[in-house]
Design a binder for this molecule. Structure first.
Ligand code: SAH
Ligand code: SF4
Length: 339
């Protein structure tokens, strides 16, 4: 087990199981996440024998940043894991603070037609520590704290449910990295059973759904997952989620030129979302040279936006980040794999 895999509750269980007091878990969390000292011999409030036992029972190994690209307000990090696989994390500077986009898997099995991460199949899930360390490593190299986390990098987070939930617990813990649940967003392609499970997860995180289409036929063409859980089922589940959690859900809609960006689509989308407590985030497509898809024109995006507005749907257009530095999810990794 890696020490950064451990939620506070799991550490408490560990200490109880070796006949120690459970508050030691808080001390460990303070060293790891508040003082950020991972050299265990400096953990002076724990006895030497205790430190030796911990060092024996846990690995403290972290992944490594092997590449760092900067483009204006976006910084992209290529991270090498223990088994030499690579993932990406992206740091974005906003007026309101910094956010990090973290990966949840090595590759992705959902195979969406436009996505670089899915082009290369899933090799494995990320361990909890490999997600936690994306944040620790970037904060360390930048010498600054980040204020929000989006789980929108490589992978389908709900296909790695347990590890992702532990990751959220650790970064949200007030003795951990202490990022408020409202500053944590999980994006999913729409794994209905897992969204139902997430309804009962006792943390008020934000949920974003990659919808990307206004009808079943189009969505099945763009996203294989729609063949397993179709649009109607997904929308019903989102309604139930909103009812249960009382939280507004984000609908992500990537704008693909002449594919899903027509006036007809905008009207259809407004119709299926009518009355739901959601807001639509229109995402300018990041073109990659492996797919035919082109980004919608600015004009088309504005028309789509206006139609949704006129039909009383809350909508925003996502700011384009780092298109120069292969910021589309998975692009940096896919270059590395090809190399
Ligand atoms: N697997 C999850 C989270 C990772 S993808 C999901 O699909 O929601 C995060 C978001 O980036 C998704 O909305 C995805 O559709 C979108 N995306 C993928 N490739 C993109 C590209 N080239 N340009 C813009 N957005 C992209
Ligand atoms: Fe996977 Fe999300 Fe990319 Fe689809 S969009 S292939 S679910 S990472």
């Amino acid at each position: 087990m890696n020490i950064y895999d451990m939620t506070k509750e799991k550490l408490e269980e560990y200490f109880l199981s070796i006949g120690e007091k459970k508050f030691k878990a808080i001390q460990v969390f303070e060293w790891l996440y508040q003082k950020r000292i991972h050299r265990i011999h400096e953990w002076t409030n724990l006895k030497k024998e205790m430190r030796e036992k911990i060092a024996n029972d846990f690995s403290f190994e972290m992944p490594k940043i092997v590449k760092h690209e900067i483009d204006d307000l976006t910084e992209k990090f290529l991270i090498e894991l223990k088994d030499k696989e690579h993932i990406e994390a992206v740091l974005m500077h906003h007026d309101y603070g910094n956010s990090i986009c973290v990966s949840s898997q090595v590759g992705c099995n959902m195979g969406c037609a436009f996505c670089e991460s899915g082009r290369l199949k899933k090799i494995r899930n990320l361990e909890t520590y490999e997600m936690v360390c994306q944040i620790l490593l970037i904060e360390e190299i930048k010498k600054e704290r980040i204020s929000s986390v989006v789980i929108m990098g490589i992978g389908e987070p709900l296909d790695n449910y347990e590890n992702v939930m532990d990751f959220i617990k650790i970064i949200n813990d007030s003795k951990g990295i202490a990022i408020g649940a409202r500053h944590i967003t999980l994006s999913t392609s729409g794994l209905v059973p897992k969204i139902k499970e997430l309804m009962n997860f006792p943390f008020q995180i934000n949920l974003a759904i990659s919808l990307h289409a206004s009808n079943n036929e189009l969505r099945s063409r763009l996203m294989n997952v729609n063949k397993a859980y179709n649009l109607d089922e997904l929308l019903d589940t989102i309604r139930a989620y909103i009812l249960k959690t009382n939280r507004r859900v984000t609908i992500e809609y990537v704008m693909l030129n002449n594919v899903n960006d027509g006036e007809k689509n905008a009207l259809e989308l407004a119709k299926i979302l009518k009355g739901m407590n959601v807001y639509v985030n229109l995402i300018p497509y990041n073109e990659t040279n492996h797919f035919e898809f082109k980004k919608s024109t600015k004009n088309q995006i504005m028309k789509f936006y206006d139609t949704l507005k006129k039909n009383k749907i809350n909508v925003t257009i996502r700011k384009e980040f780092g298109s120069k530095i292969s910021a589309a999810c998975g692009q940096l990794r896919s270059k590395e794999v090809e190399r």
